[in-house]
Every structure is written in structure tokens, then in C-alpha cells.
Design a protein around this ligand. Structure first.
Ligand SMILES: [Zn+2]
Length: 532
């Protein structure tokens, strides 16, 4: 029997460094060339030379691809889906060492020359010799390397279980990769007669506090959704301020009530979500003039544990209605004081209501034309396009003004949790024991707090709360969609078990070498073997 390619710590470390050297920052050329390179690498395995059709590339848009690699045991039905992402965040923060960001061995050596350039905790870690620095080492090319190792071992030793390695682009921006992978996973399941027993991601274990060195496994992932608003006031000249209403004035009422609003805090299993904040607030004037800004937008971040899009939209509408109620009262007092009649009360409406109004007034064809006009601006991202579609429709429907129009902007990550699943309970106990054998302690977290692709499996929403997302997301079906129906078909518990590291997305991103190259291979093998 010939040697395995990735079975020892040294070989696994070399594999990781090779994967890291293929730079793959989200939305760069490297992200598009990464998938074919992984495919070539997997082709080196004897199993895929015998089963070339089990290695597949799937379109994920903008020249990017998802890779799936199926190891199928002839008799097994039970299947583990191994999920990873191969895109990384940018490297500007490495400064003069930027060129080395993709070469972990060299970078780590170079850092040794001037350890005092690092923040103290990173310096201390560096000097232990137990960490490998570099972009993508912990987040999360190590997870992919571990999955590749599992695939090789399972296929060579003919483990009586199936594995579907699934590695995707675009996790760090829009999760286009995972959203493209979901229908493919449904298809592969049908085509090969598989039953998905577990969705196993291997994002790294994140420290909970700066000096925290505990390791975690996660039996779910936090969700995120972005309620947004377009504020449409009435224009005037600065010399006649009472003849109009600025959109900034309207926006200030809603933003003040959204930021840190505890109504949006959710708690479950002893964990709770961070409070909402605004991510953007701006007026839509292209340049300075003495015409007052009468259109503005705001974007808010809301984390989720259990709520659906419909529930968030209901809450958002409630907060907006209160905010505009308060505005209308204050504004009335100002109008009385200034002895003017004013521009009227600010209404609150949802995007779906605006759309229905516009369709009735202008006809479907004209509404589609207005939408397409906006969508053609390629320099705008999905958020900007969403807001501009609402703006474009409101310009045609000024009889509704002054108004605050509520919508959702992409991306949307539903929350997932399978802590109560019997299989998850068993595996969590097993992983705790396995970690103990290395003298480590592992704690369970119910919701991975870093946002991850597990959001798109095991979707459970019998009340169809997602339809509120569909009908209030202006770019839905054009530049953004979520395969909710397919996601609901991917029923199966989720777990995230990955290597320990620190400072993801920082220049001090580093991976713990014993965790990555010694402990994780044993733990993941133990995990998969416990499933058959
Ligand atoms: Zn990640």
C-alpha cells in the first residue's frame, strides 16, 4: 500500500501552508482560482482517480465555484457533510509584512526577529513556538485541510460511512458559496441515495475574551438580519426650512430608537445576542447644495437566536411606528410655534406596501423598468441596490411622502441550533472526553457567535416566516436569494468542531499547532467513527 499524502502532522502542516499560499481574498482573482486548485489536489487521491465523477465544481457566481468531493462507501447510506469556506479577509493590516501573509512558516520566522512589534499577548504566544501565524491559517484553511485529511483516510481505510466535503467561497461577504451549495447538496443526496446524518463545520474555536484560552465546540450558530429604512421627506431651500422636512430629521428618530434597543435582544440556553446598532446612515444627495436633503437611508444590524424574518419585521415596524409617532408630536409643536401648517405626518410603510401601491399606480412593466434601471448600476452592492430601488419607487410615489419605508437588506443568516438533538449530545460528550485525553478542556457553546455557513442548513420555519424576507427585500430574486425550500430539506443536526486559534481577521491571526496538527486529527476521526 502506497503512503498516504496527508496522514502525519508534518504532511498536514505542509498541506495547510500550501492552501494558505493560494491567496483567496473574497472578491479577488484568487478566490476564483482556488476551487480548481483544490480539485486538482483532491485528484491526487487514488479514490478520486477511480471515481472522478465524485469530484464536482458548482457555479457560485462571479467566476467562483463550490467544490464537492464525495467519498461513498458501497454499503453505507449515512453521510457526514464536511463544510468549510476557503475565502479569507484582506491583508492590508500586515503592512510591510503583507507579502508574507500567505506564507505561515516564513511569516512566523520573520515575526521572531522583532517580537516587540506585536501586541503583548501575540508576542507571548509567538515566543512559545506553539503558533503558526498567517492569513487564513485559523479562519479557516486549517478546517479544509482537516477535512481533506479525513477524506483521504476514510477512502483509504474504507470507513463504512459517506463523507461529502463541501468547500465554498464568499463566506466572509455574502455567503454566495454556501447558498449555491445547498441545492447541490440536495441533488447529491438524491443522486447517490444518501442520508445526511450530520453537518460538520470546522470553523476555528474563537476565544470569548482577549485572554481566554478555553476551547469550544458549537452546536448552532447565531443569525443576523439587516432591517433598513428609506426616509423620504420634502425638499426645500435652506432659506425656507419650514416648507420642507429633511430626511436627516426623520432618520434621527428611528436610529435613536434602534440602537441598543433591548426589544431585539434574544436569549436562549443561557446565551444572548448583542444589541442592535446602525451600520450606516446617510442622505442620498450626490453633492453639496442649498437644497435640503430629503432622502436618506439607514441600515441596522440585528442578531438572531430564534426569531424569523417576519417576527423581526413586526418588531421593526413597531419601533418605527413609535419613532414616527414621537416625531409627529414634536413636529406638530414646532409647526404650532412657527404658525405654519407643515408638510403632514410621517407615515410608516413596508416595502411590500410601497411595491403594491407603485404597481397599482404605474403598472407592473413600469415598476420592473424602474427596478432594472437601479439593478444595472454595477458599482452598487446588494445593500445599495436595495435602498436605491426603494428610493426610485418613492420618487414616483411622492403622494406617500413624508414616509419611512421599511425593508430588509442582504445578507440574511438564519440562526440554527441543534443542541437538543440526541446525536449532538452524544458527540459533545465524546469530544469533551477526547480533548481530556490531551489534557484540554472543551466547553460547549450553543450559538457560534462569528456568523457562519451553517445558517443555511437545517432551516426550520414551518410558519414560513421567511416570506416576510422575500417580500421586503427589493433585490430578492434579482441579485440575491436564499434557497429556503432546499435548506428546509437539509434536515440534520449541525456541529462546529475546529482547531484553536486567535485573532481571526487581524494581522496576528494565528493557529495553535498542537490543536491543529495533533489533537484535531484524532478528535475528528473519533467523531466520524462514532457515527457508524
Ligand atoms: Zn470563517
Amino acid at each position: 500500500m502506497s503512503q498516504l499524502l496527508w496522514d502525519t502532522s508534518e504532511k498536514l502542516r505542509a498541506l495547510l501552508c500550501e492552501l494558505v499560499s493560494w491567496d483567496s481574498i473574497t472578491l479577488t482573482e484568487g478566490e476564483t482560482t482556488f476551487a480548481p486548485k483544490v480539485l486538482d489536489k483532491l485528484r491526487e487521491l487514488a479514490y478520486f482517480q477511480d471515481h472522478p465523477s465524485h469530484l464536482q465544481l458548482h457555479d457560485a457566481g462571479l467566476g467562483r465555484h463550490v467544490v464537492t468531493a464525495l467519498y461513498k462507501h458501497p454499503e453505507a447510506v449515512e453521510t457526514v457533510v464536511l463544510i468549510s469556506h476557503f475565502d479569507t479577509v484582506q491583508t492590508e493590516e500586515y503592512g510591510s509584512l503583507q507579502a508574507l501573509a500567505y506564507f505561515p512558516e516564513e511569516l512566523t520566522k520573520k515575526l521572531m526577529e522583532n517580537p516587540d512589534d506585536l501586541p503583548e499577548t501575540a508576542r507571548i504566544d509567538l515566543e512559545t513556538g506553539k503558533y503558526l501565524f498567517g492569513r487564513g491559517t485559523m479562519d479557516m484553511k486549517m478546517g479544509l485541510a482537516l477535512h481533506m485529511q479525513l477524506l483521504e483516510k476514510a477512502s483509504r481505510e474504507e470507513w463504512p460511512i459517506n463523507l461529502v466535503l463541501t468547500t465554498v467561497p464568499d463566506e466572509e461577504v455574502n455567503s454566495a458559496g454556501m447558498r449555491a451549495a445547498v441545492p447541490q447538496l440536495v441533488r447529491i443526496r438524491e443522486e447517490f441515495g444518501l442520508s445526511y446524518k450530520l453537518f460538520l463545520n470546522s470553523e476555528p474555536s474563537f476565544s470569548q475574551k482577549p485572554l481566554d484560552i478555553a476551547e469550544y465546540i458549537y452546536s448552532g450558530t447565531i443569525g443576523k438580519i439587516m432591517p433598513a429604512a428609506l426616509f423620504y421627506g420634502k425638499e426645500t431651500h435652506v432659506g425656507e426650512p419650514m416648507k420642507g422636512m429633511t430626511a436627516n430629521y426623520i432618520a434621527s428618530y428611528l436610529t435613536q430608537r434602534m440602537e441598543w434597543n433591548p426589544l431585539f435582544r434574544e436569549s436562549d440556553l443561557g446565551e444572548s445576542t448583542p444589541l442592535p446598532v446602525s451600520l450606516q446612515q446617510k442622505d442620498l444627495k450626490m453633492s453639496y447644495s442649498t437644497q435640503t436633503p430629503y432622502r436618506a437611508v439607514a441600515l441596522y444590524n440585528v442578531f438572531l437566536l430564534k426569531r424569523t424574518a417576519a417576527e423581526v419585521m413586526d418588531l421593526f415596524e413597531q419601533v418605527a411606528t413609535e419613532a414616527m409617532g414621537a416625531l409627529n408630536v414634536s413636529y406638530k409643536m414646532i409647526c404650532d410655534r412657527e404658525q405654519v401648517s407643515g408638510v403632514g405626518e410621517v407615515k410608516v410603510l413596508r416595502y411590500e406596501q410601497l411595491l403594491a401601491h407603485a404597481t397599482k399606480k404605474l403598472g407592473i412593466a413600469e415598476v420592473e423598468r424602474l427596478k432594472n434601471e437601479t439593478l444595472q448600476n454595477e458599482e452598487w452592492d446588494d445593500r445599495e441596490k436595495s435602498l436605491r430601488i426603494v428610493d426610485n419607487l418613492m420618487i414616483q410615489c411622492q403622494e406617500l411622502a413624508p414616509a419611512t419605508v421599511l425593508l430588509f437588506a442582504p445578507p440574511y443568516y438564519p440562526a440554527v441550533n441543534t443542541s437538543e438533538h440526541p446525536l449532538v449530545k452524544e458527540v459533545v460528550e465524546l469530544m469533551k472526553k477526547s480533548a481530556q485525553s490531551f489534557g484540554n478542556q472543551i466547553d460547549q457553546i450553543h450559538y457560534f457567535n462569528g456568523i457562519c455557513d451553517l445558517s443555511y442548513v437545517n432551516y426550520d420555519d414551518s410558519g414560513k416566516g421567511w416570506t416576510a424576507f422575500e417580500s421586503n427585500t427589493p433585490v430578492w430574486g434579482d441579485t440575491y436569494s436564499i434557497p429556503f425550500e432546499d435548506m428546509a430539506q437539509l434536515k440534520g443536526p449541525v456541529l462546529n468542531v475546529g482547531p484553536f486559534g486567535k485573532d481571526a481577521h487581524q494581522r496576528t491571526e494565528r493557529l495553535h499547532v498542537d490543536s491543529a496538527f495533533v489533537e484535531m486529527p484524532v478528535m475528528l476521526e473519533t467523531l466520524v467513527k462514532s457515527l457508524y
